[in-house]
Design a protein around this ligand. Structure first.
Ligand SMILES: [Zn+2]
Ligand SMILES: [Zn+2]
Length: 341
């Protein structure tokens, strides 16, 4: 009889179940991971709603860490290792891969989207996608994926340490971008949000100045003042206003995921005359090692970023909690069972 495990399964669009499924077996070049922490984010909601292409049924979860418990016989030396997962599998042969953009691979797949991911007790991943997390706490190690997304954004914009930076939106990615920017030597970092509690938290996660937004962005923030403006709200109207914050030769990263079809009105004369730059950043580009370095060297209370941990059995509650203003990062802890009250 095959062993079974508890997993969150997206069965169809807008439908999921927590159910028992067979424990997967590692094939050639693969590892079996005992999942110890798996983060949730908006992408998981987008997959469920059909806004992000994935094949269903599917076990979602692309931000996870755990311990290797079984492996392809050639990889048995990795058993016992704690690992953080890079969810992307690129073909390494298409034009995008060859130009250094494996995250844009035209034949790419991801654990949690085209392959089963980490919202389960166990997951199979390719050995190449599992990076040693050493002694990092599993919850912190599972932050490596979103941190690697922040690393990609900062690599794309490549701000100098003297840059004046503003992050608009102090949600989970705002905090992660903040820590990553400080880790890169940025010393002038403003974080803006509407919620005072989030700003209080931002001041403990790297912001050198916090600004409460009451009405429009430019009512509270100076125009033409920032060399790097990162939107972490994903709201098109905020991105539109954020353009006005750009200093000459400034760069805007619309990092938050706006709905497809969102438009931005630009004065192209101003883009020309002031040398403005709009830079996209999608997912992560092999940044897990850099992310693990940031996590290891962090002076911030990283465990406070994980505000809620759910057992897999409470999959619905966990998905419903994503994006709440009183939460930062929500994770599954598949090692925990619901206590019988
Ligand atoms: Zn994510
Ligand atoms: Zn490719």
């Amino acid at each position: 009889m095959t062993a079974t495990m508890t997993a969150v399964v997206y069965t169809a669009l807008d439908a999921f179940e927590v159910r028992q499924v067979p424990v997967p077996a590692p094939g050639l070049g693969e590892l079996l991971i005992r999942v110890e922490a798996a983060g949730l984010c908006h992408t998981d909601l987008d997959i469920l709603a059909g806004r992000y292409a994935a094949e269903l049924p599917r076990i979602p979860g692309h931000e996870f860490a755990g311990t290797v418990v079984d492996a392809d016989p050639a990889l048995r030396s990795r058993i016992g290792e704690r690992v953080a997962i890079d969810p992307l599998i690129a073909c390494e042969a298409c034009r995008n891969c060859l130009r250094g953009h494996p995250n844009l691979c035209t034949r790419g797949q991801a654990y949690g989207a085209e392959r089963d991911g980490g919202f389960a007790e166990y997951a199979v991943v390719r050995s190449d996608n599992a990076f040693s997390a050493g002694t990092l706490d599993p919850g912190v190690a599972a932050l490596a994926e979103p941190f690697a997304c922040a690393v990609n954004a900062l690599d794309r914009a490549n701000p100098s340490p003297e840059a004046k930076v503003v992050i608009v939106g102090a949600g989970p990615m705002g905090m992660i971008l903040s820590i990553a920017a400080r880790g890169r030597g940025i010393e002038d970092l403003t974080i803006a949000d509407r919620v005072p509690e989030r700003l209080e938290r931002a001041s403990r996660f790297g912001a050198t100045e916090t600004v409460r937004i009451a009405h429009g962005l430019t009512d509270s923030l100076p125009e033409r003042a920032f060399d790097l403006v990162i939107d972490a709200t994903g709201r098109p109207e905020v991105v539109q206003e954020a353009v006005r914050l750009l200093a000459d030769a400034g760069t805007l990263i619309p990092f938050g995921v706006c709905p497809p079809g969102s438009e931005l009105v630009l004065d192209t004369f101003e883009v020309y005359r002031r040398q403005l730059c709009i830079v996209g950043s999608f997912s992560l580009n092999r940044g897990i090692l850099a992310a693990l370095d940031i996590l290891r060297q962090s002076v911030y209370p990283l465990d406070e970023l994980i505000t809620t941990r759910f057992p897999l059995e409470q999959g619905g509650d966990a998905l419903a909690a994503v994006g709440g203003s009183d939460t930062v990062k929500i994770q599954f802890d598949p090692m925990t069972r619901i206590a019988t009250q």
